[in-house]
Ligand binder design. Structure first.
Ligand SMILES: [Zn+2]
Length: 744
């Protein structure tokens, strides 16, 4: 039964045959051989040695392979297993120093499968490879192609950060995410547990951290939050350990700590009070560095954290610390004098060193974001470089370890326009300019999923397929990486993951929609441009998703009426990349002449002077090119229709994106005129859209008229005034964003 069935005889292994096996990340060495190992009822998993360490991996293998009915392998020890039967043999005596702690050697022959490693993690990764190459014979029997794989990772630190402060994720979801990392041979889960918007870890000594700090309420009265009990944490850590993933907790300090300050305001410079933040951004209120109470608090918190997380490393954040409060705080200033520090940067450095000393005394090591380099680095700190590669360079050159996760390649919260699959795949964690000796300090890399705009439901789409590219960047030797080959393997890999319920996002945004209004004729045309050659572009105007049966795009399309244009790309007959869409509105004012007071900001010009009458609507993305931005003042828009027209309704579209200080105006007044000299009042609206909500909102503010004949329309929008208290940009100017004056 273990002889290869005729139907499964593989084609001779050509060059690049490894690609057809679809293994991600690509192994170090793969040799595909003729024949296959076909499972039978009698197939057993044989533990050659080290029962205690190999048995859990064997049990995992038995549980996870998709056996056909009736095939249920028993786990046996070598001494009780008769030689010569159909067997998968696991051994931890690889006696191959090349494999290190995480490498493995996998040999599949028609007679048996042999998986060797030096340590259990290696066996586990061998099992992942085995799962990926498993296939079904025509009659439904599982089999493995004959092959030799010798594999080991390039980097020991292969991680992903998940921000569970901005959005809370369930314990089950965290475990699922960890599993999905492990099957791609990733081994670090960086758990961002505290921030301005929520404290998510139970600390017995400070119950208010979760009674108060885990919850936030916006002006609309919606309460949001959650936290992990210490039992939850232990469950997650233990689950991760069974998958050879180390969980690194991140407890943010001294910045990004408003949730802690809301719970214990005495930890701040000002004494508060504070509210758990509902707005994204960098908040000025931070932990007071002058108060010994702050350090006592942190030591107590970290003591409990250390008990929960066996990780040798604890991440303490250290990023984005505005110095405003420290400058004005007599205790912080007293600390600067007493310690002989040169200003607030050195005070931050003092803060981190003091915390590091504590962690070291407990046998743990500190990781911080690259800002911890400012003012002098703590002696043993590991630097996580996010603002590019410079932090990693500086750290490695000064003999410090570094983890590389630059915004350019590793920020999976970014839109695909900024970071698509191909860009992730070009990630090279070792910065240019390091000597071989210095490069040893590069432990590896991480991708970061910040969740300001990504609740749990959106995480899969951010993570996949980009995490597969990241896994390969961190595992596979740089010289063996090839994007086309990777994409081919991805094609084989995707259905396997989708079958497990993974909801893939797109890999790129190759298309851009370019509307343009011809002022002379009033004609609005739309072009669809592609950043990649050879794509088959299809469009629809009824809002439906384009298919291969939809209209083939051949050139600019004229838009006459209100519609929603969607454009999709196809590559080799399959959908490729994100579907783009844009909404258009047909109305009496389209093509009219606009006068603005004041003029729009050069940062957000949209299509220029007349774009508030071009028929192009904005989306929730304030940078989509349809929004015109006006900074810090009231706005007056005058629209000249060119001739008298009968008008029944006036509207103006506005955007609110509170985190970046874009607010829907307090008040919007409409006026009409026949001659542009005398305007009569047509209505006033007070939109009253709650100001503290973190979400983005679009709103058409409108008034109805009694069929009047007019030629001129004037809209006066009152700016919402400076950013309110509690906003990270408190006191600063706010914006009005408008997309269209609509005349019906
Ligand atoms: Zn202070």
């Amino acid at each position: 039964m273990r002889a290869a069935a005729p139907a499964s005889l593989p084609a001779p292994a050509p060059a690049g045959a490894a690609a057809t096996l679809g293994i991600i990340p690509k192994p170090w060495k793969v040799e595909v051989l003729p024949g296959s190992f076909v499972f039978s009822r009698d197939t057993v998993l044989v533990l050659e040695d080290n029962w205690a360490e190999t048995a859990p991996v064997a049990a995992y293998l038995a549980e996870n392979l998709s056996w056909s009915p009736g095939v249920k392998p028993k786990i046996t020890e070598a001494r009780t297993s008769p030689a010569g039967g159909s067997a998968i043999r696991l051994t931890l005596k690889a006696q191959n120093p090349e494999l290190g702690e995480e490498g493995y050697a996998l040999r599949v022959s028609p007679a048996e499968v042999r998986l060797e490693a030096n340590a259990a993690a290696g066996l586990f990764y061998g099992v992942q490879t085995l799962r990926q190459v498993l296939r079904l014979e025509p009659e439904g029997t599982p089999s493995l192609p004959c092959l030799n794989v010798t594999d080991r990772p390039r980097f020991g630190w292969r991680g992903m950060l998940l921000d569970c402060s901005r959005h809370f994720m369930s314990k089950e979801f965290i475990k699922r995410s960890i599993d999905l990392l492990a099957v791609h041979k990733m081994n670090r889960f960086h758990w961002h547990l505290t921030d301005d918007q929520g404290w998510r870890v139970e600390i017995k000594k400070y119950p208010l951290l979760t009674e108060i700090g885990a919850w936030r309420s916006d002006d609309a009265g919606i309460r949001y939050g959650g936290f992990y009990t210490q039992d939850d944490i232990r469950e997650v850590v233990s689950y991760a350990r069974s998958r050879f993933v180390t969980v690194i907790p991140e407890i943010e300090m001294p910045g990004h700590s408003v949730a802690a300050l809301a719970s214990y305001p005495e930890l701040s410079c000002t004494g508060g009070p504070f509210e758990v933040q509902t707005m994204w951004g960098v908040h000025k209120d931070v932990l007071c560095a002058g108060s010994d109470g702050t350090f006592a608090f942190l030591e107590n918190v970290l003591s409990e954290v250390i008990e929960l997380f066996p990780s040798p490393y604890v991440h303490i954040g250290g990023d984005e610390v505005p110095k405003d409060r420290w400058k004005a705080c007599f205790r912080c200033q007293a600390r600067i004098r007493a310690e002989g520090l040169k200003g607030e940067n050195e005070l931050q450095s003092y803060f981190i060193r003091r915390v590091e000393k504590f962690l070291n005394s407990k046998g743990r090591r500190l990781i911080g974001w690259d800002e911890i380099l400012e003012g002098g680095l703590a002696p043993d700190a590991t630097v996580q470089s996010w603002r590019g590669f410079d932090g990693a360079l500086a750290a490695a050159r000064s003999g410090h370890d570094t983890i590389v996760s630059p915004v350019s390649h590793a920020y999976f919260d970014f839109d695909l326009r900024r970071l698509d699959l191909r860009q992730v795949y070009t990630f090279e964690p070792v910065p240019i300019g390091l000597s071989a000796d210095e490069a040893r300090h590069v432990l590896g890399g991480e991708c970061n999923i910040w969740t300001e705009y990504a609740p749990q439901d959106a995480i899969d789409g951010k993570m996949f397929p980009r995490i597969l590219a990241m896994a390969e960047c961190l595992w596979t030797p740089a010289r063996d990486r090839d994007f086309s080959d990777f994409r081919r393997r991805l094609g084989a890999h995707t259905p396997r993951l989708e079958a497990r319920g993974v909801r893939f996002g797109e890999e790129a945004r190759p298309l851009t929609i370019f509307p343009s209004l011809d002022l002379a004729s009033g004609r609005l045309t739309v072009a669809v441009r592609s950043s990649e050659p050879g794509l088959d572009i299809r469009t629809t105007l009824d809002g439906s998703r384009p298919s291969l049966q939809s209209l083939s795009y051949r050139g600019p399309v004229e838009i006459k009426d209100t519609c929603r244009l969607k454009a999709a790309a196809f590559l080799e007959g399959r959908p490729y990349g994100q579907v783009e869409e844009r909404e258009f509105v047909g109305h009496h004012g389209r093509g009219g002449r606009i006068t603005l007071s004041p003029s729009f900001s050069r940062r957000y010009p949209s299509a220029g002077l007349h774009s508030l009458a071009d028929g192009v609507r904005g989306s929730l993305d304030h940078r989509d090119g349809a929004w015109q931005g006006f900074e810090g003042s009231d706005l007056e828009i005058t629209l000249n229709l060119g001739r008298l027209q009968t008008v029944r309704r006036l509207a103006c579209g506005f955007l609110q994106h509170a985190s970046i200080a874009v607010f829907i105006p307090d008040q919007v007044e409409f006026f009409v005129s026949t001659d542009s000299r005398t305007f009569s009042h047509a209505g006033t609206v007070w939109p009253r859209v709650p100001r503290k909500i973190s979400d983005r909102v679009m709103r058409d503010i409108a008034v109805d008229l009694e069929a009047v004949e007019i030629r001129y329309i004037r809209v006066r929008a009152r700016n919402a005034g400076p950013c309110p208290a509690g906003h990270p940009l408190v006191g600063e100017k706010t914006w009005i964003f408008a997309d269209e004056v609509i005349v019906d």
